[in-house]
Write a new protein. Structure first.
Lengths: 307, 264
């Protein structure tokens, strides 16, 4: 792991009696996309606002680009880009006017026209903000978030309200930021988005981190298994399958077989060998790893915690 | 980085927004002009010096109302405009976004004051010009520097009070009711719509507490041909300065950058 962009340890935040964040710990490496996930009321916004320098913490240590965000400096603000939730631009500005204004605030801003093109608003540069669609406004927010050419970018639910194609475009853009070597701290409600974009994720529940790790390994770490599924046909019976993979769990529903396994590769090899010997095709064969969504729902389901 | 450039860029954007908002132009630019024409048409006594200021200074109804409406317009352009626009920008999250950038907060406030002051000075020039040309309002050279001084002092006091008020108005609707309405109400006891010598003395006493009274009276004095000396009176200057200081004090303690609307 290279130098850390963000390190957090023992972070706590109380609002009066209510403890919104109860001692969390994580690290974000420079150059990675870090997904910060959790249901509403889990403490996501509180945490991100502490990291962004908006909120004071009640306890713990936090370092963002080597600086304590509890005492934000102008030099530090120059290196951090924010895309906030619920934050409008003046509807009477044009896109180019808004982006140019924010460019003036930074020491070494990116070129305005190029940045507007990057977020896909090139043909809207002279349109007033009021005339933009929700997705286009969000792209303008992103343009303003990156106009200062920051090293670290906070994206707080950047694609909420996007249609699928706009979401794809946003993903490409975020991948582009990563390619430029930027560190991205991403919160999102969409698990497919986190799965697609994040190198690592942390899942927050009731002010605590209940899981964190590399996105593709998170399921393994939590003991979630790979599933091999197919449909029985020809002379192949459920018993044959059980005999072939004795160490794995085989569930049969109708003629659909699902094998939960910790050893997918040898299991798959034996199954294919068996099918070959019998001269049958394994219909509708699939190998499925647990999706981030499955894991998220399981970890955050327990009690309803909308606050 | 050039902070003065940052102030000017923000002021320019604020002015652009004002120019693109017909409501602003109608209420803060057209209305005072219409009022000036109305009052001078209704109450004109053919330029005779029939209105009496405290201290037995006499001036024409035209000069009296022109000066009063300039005071009213300054208050509207600065106090009301700032309270409404700052509350709006705070509640829709613009101020929070600004605070997340390296832009120094003072440059934002300076830009807003620049925009409001520009409007106040422009309206003053316009109203005084119309008053002088169309209604023969005299502009005595000896007291003109004092006239300018009052406009600047009034602008400063009203700016600081407008910024202070924005800390207490929870949403743009509240701000756009409270701020202009309080200017209109105060105008009744400040010698803008009605000469103070026609007010019951307790009402005049109420008016004297607030800065609009002293701004209006100061401007009226400087437009009275018989005004002695520079036309600058210590009482008016002191009250305006005190209100300016009160506004700065409250604003610096209470000004908020984050939306105040119901939070989760």
């Amino acid at each position: 792991m290279s130098e850390a962009a963000i390190t957090v340890s023992g972070l706590r935040k109380s609002y009066g009696e209510h403890e919104a964040v109860r001692g969390i710990e994580f690290e974000v490496a420079a150059g990675e996309v870090f997904g910060f996930l959790g249901p509403n009321g889990a403490g996501k916004t509180t945490t991100i606002e502490i990291l962004e320098g908006y909120r004071e913490r009640s306890g713990g240590e936090v370092s963002v680009l080597g600086v304590d965000p509890g005492a934000p400096t102008r030099a530090w603000r120059n290196r951090v880009g924010l895309v906030l939730q619920e934050c409008e631009l003046d509807p009477l500005w044009t896109v180019a006017e808004a982006v140019s204004l924010f460019a003036r605030f930074y020491e070494k801003p990116r070129p305005v026209a190029e940045t507007i093109d990057l977020v896909g608003l090139g043909d809207k540069r002279d349109a007033r903000v009021a005339t933009l669609s929700g997705g286009q406004k969000r792209r303008a927010d992103v343009a303003i978030g990156i106009i200062g050419d920051p090293d670290l970018i906070f994206l707080d639910e950047p694609t909420t309200g996007f249609d699928p194609s706009a979401r794809r475009d946003a993903w490409n853009m975020i991948e582009g930021l990563k390619a430029l070597g930027k560190t991205v701290f991403l919160t999102t409600h969409y698990m497919d988005e986190a799965q697609h974009l994040a190198d690592r994720v942390a899942i927050l529940r009731d002010g605590r981190i209940v899981a964190q790790g590399r996105t593709e390994e998170l399921g393994d770490d939590l003991g979630r298994r790979t599933v091999i599924g197919f449909s029985l046909n020809g002379s192949l019976s459920a018993e044959d399958v059980r005999g072939a993979v004795p160490t794995s769990q085989v569930a049969v529903a109708g003629n659909r077989v699902e094998i939960e396994t910790e050893t997918p590769q040898p299991d798959l090899y034996r199954l294919l060998e068996l099918a070959e010997q019998r001269g049958v095709e394994l219909d509708e064969l699939e190998v499925r790893r647990p999706s981030l969504e499955d894991i998220f729902l399981e970890l955050t389901r327990a009690e309803a915690q909308e606050s | 980085m050039n902070d003065r450039g940052v102030v000017l860029a923000q002021a320019r954007m604020a002015i652009l927004v004002a120019l693109r908002t017909p409501r602003v132009l109608i209420f803060t630019a057209a209305f005072p002009l219409i009022l000036l024409v109305l009052f001078n048409s209704i109450f004109s006594k053919g330029g005779n010096e029939t209105t009496t200021l405290p201290g037995d200074l006499k001036l024409s109804a035209e000069a009296y109302f022109t000066a009063g409406i300039i005071a009213y317009s300054v208050a509207l352009s600065t106090f009301a405009t700032l309270a409404v626009s700052l509350t709006t920008q705070r509640e829709n999250g613009q101020l929070k976004r600004y605070r997340g950038t390296p832009m120094p907060p003072w440059t934002f406030i300076a830009a807003q004051i620049t925009r409001a002051s520009a409007q106040a000075l422009l309206m003053t020039a316009l109203l005084l010009g119309v008053g002088a040309i169309a209604y023969g309002v005299p502009v005595p050279a000896s007291t003109f520097p004092a006239f300018i001084a009052y406009v600047l002092l009034g602008t400063a006091a009203m700016c600081s009070l407008g910024i202070a008020l924005s800390a207490f108005t929870p949403n743009p609707d509240a701000a756009s009711t409270i701020a202009p309405f309080s200017v209109v109400m105060l105008s009744f006891v400040s010698g803008v719509w009605i000469p103070v010598d026609q007010l019951p003395s307790w009402l005049e006493t109420v008016g004297k507490v607030f800065p609009l009274y002293h701004l209006a009276l100061g401007l009226q004095t400087t437009l009275a041909p018989g005004a002695s000396g520079t036309g600058l009176e210590l009482g008016n200057v002191v009250v305006l300065l005190i209100w300016c200081a009160v506004g700065i004090r409250i604003a610096s303690k209470r000004f908020k950058w984050e939306p105040q609307a119901a939070k989760a």
